[in-house]
Design a protein around this ligand. Structure first.
Ligand SMILES: Cc1ncc(C[n+]2csc(CCOP(=O)(O)OP(=O)(O)O)c2C)c(N)n1
Length: 343
């Protein structure tokens, strides 16, 4: 073994993650970033309707937490969790079909473009109500406990969501019943145009966990290694029956709340500062230093992802929209179909 290889091996040991894990994290960061940027372009080209919530800048929070979860583990996402969808393994073609609202998507085109879900991959299509998925994921954790399964549930939300009543009820319930929950707050400093300082009179939203009797920790959400290791600890605690953890990831979205928001309530200096902490660039630097990434390897990866995206876009655009009757399927009421003339 050369001196270089020995130094890299000892650095890997210090980091505490395997080569395979680091490469897996990086691949998912890149797949998320490239697909996200592609959706922004497709939206501008009028290729799908509604709007689009980009998570560019925040990828390490979703990828770092989700990487290594089992299919049976449940994720309750919000509207900015493309990284969780990609990393948990929803195929690109299903993700694109979802954004394009086609019948070939897991929800058959019924929900918002960014409300990614997959029964197979254990991701609940979120409702639009902010923090709603926190409550549903907590219910899943309760089910796991009753079924005596060592699966976990993860809820993702922004700091703005922590100001809602249902959010507090969910965490209180999880604390009381020691549920296998991981609550992940993506604190990107803004809830639409409202600053984090107007969501709570505390510096760290992780402190809210104290009130519910479980640990809360604030971390650098743009460092995928830190996020992954923190999440792995929380997941191990949850699987062992030791209850929930609240992880607050400090991060930043590079673009507007959605693609129709110019974000002119923020200072450009703030954005520039955060761009210097780009989670992808940081992962690339680390992997390059460790000898795991070269310019050529990166090019090959990008090319592979581009191909996968093109194939997925073609699949989605060639798929049909659902028939109107589809709106009456997979719902609880037996009163459907409802006809307008009956009112
Ligand atoms: C109950 C409710 N109020 C308002 C909205 C509109 N809305 C959608 S996302 C959002 C901001 C949420 O902020 P945060 O939870 O911090 O997540 P972020 O958008 O920053 O990722 C708002 C106000 C909504 N969907 N539901």
């Amino acid at each position: 073994m050369s001196a270089n290889q020995a130094a890299n091996k000892s650095k890997l040991k210090q980091i505490g993650l395997s080569e395979e894990t680091l490469l897996g994290l990086y691949t998912n960061l890149m797949r998320t970033r490239l697909l996200d940027e592609k959706f922004r372009k497709l939206f501008r080209q009028g290729r799908f309707a509604g709007t689009y919530f980009s998570a560019v800048g925040q990828e390490a929070t979703t990828v770092g937490v989700t990487y290594g979860l089992r299919d049976e583990d449940i994720i309750g996402p919000s509207h900015r969790e493309i990284g969780a969808a990609v990393t948990k393994g929803i195929p690109f073609r299903e993700i694109v079909a979802q954004v394009f609202a086609r019948s070939s998507s897991p929800d058959k085109g019924k929900t918002h473009p960014c409300h990614y879900g997959s029964r197979e991959k254990g991701i609940i299509n979120p409702a639009s109500t902010v923090a709603g998925q926190t409550v549903v994921a907590t219910g899943c954790a309760m089910a796991f406990k009753i079924q005596k399964k060592d699966n976990v549930a993860v809820a993702f939300f922004g700091e703005g969501s922590t100001a809602r009543g249902g959010w507090h009820e969910a965490l209180n319930f999880a604390g009381i019943h020691k549920l296998p929950m991981i609550y992940v707050c993506q604190n990107n400093l803004w809830a639409e145009s409202v600053p984090a300082t107007l969501q709570g009179a505390i510096e760290h939203f992780a402190d809210r966990a104290k009130a519910y009797g479980f640990p809360g920790v604030t971390i650098d959400g743009n460092d995928v290694v830190v996020v992954h290791k923190t999440a792995q600890e929380a997941i191990a605690r949850a699987r062992a029956g030791d209850g929930p953890t609240l992880i607050e990831c400090m991060t930043y979205r590079w673009y507007g709340h959605s693609e129709i928001d110019p974000a002119n309530y923020r200072r450009s200096e703030e954005l520039e500062e955060w761009k210097k902490k780009d989670p992808i660039a940081r992962a690339e630097l680390l992997l390059t230093e460790l000898g795991l990434l070269t310019v050529e390897k990166r090019e090959v990866l990008v090319e592979r992802i581009e191909q996968e995206m093109e194939e997925a876009i073609k699949f989605a655009e060639e798929s049909k929209y659902s028939e109107p009757e589809e709106a009456y399927c997979d719902v609880y009421s037996d009163k459907f179909p409802v006809r307008r003339e009956e009112y």
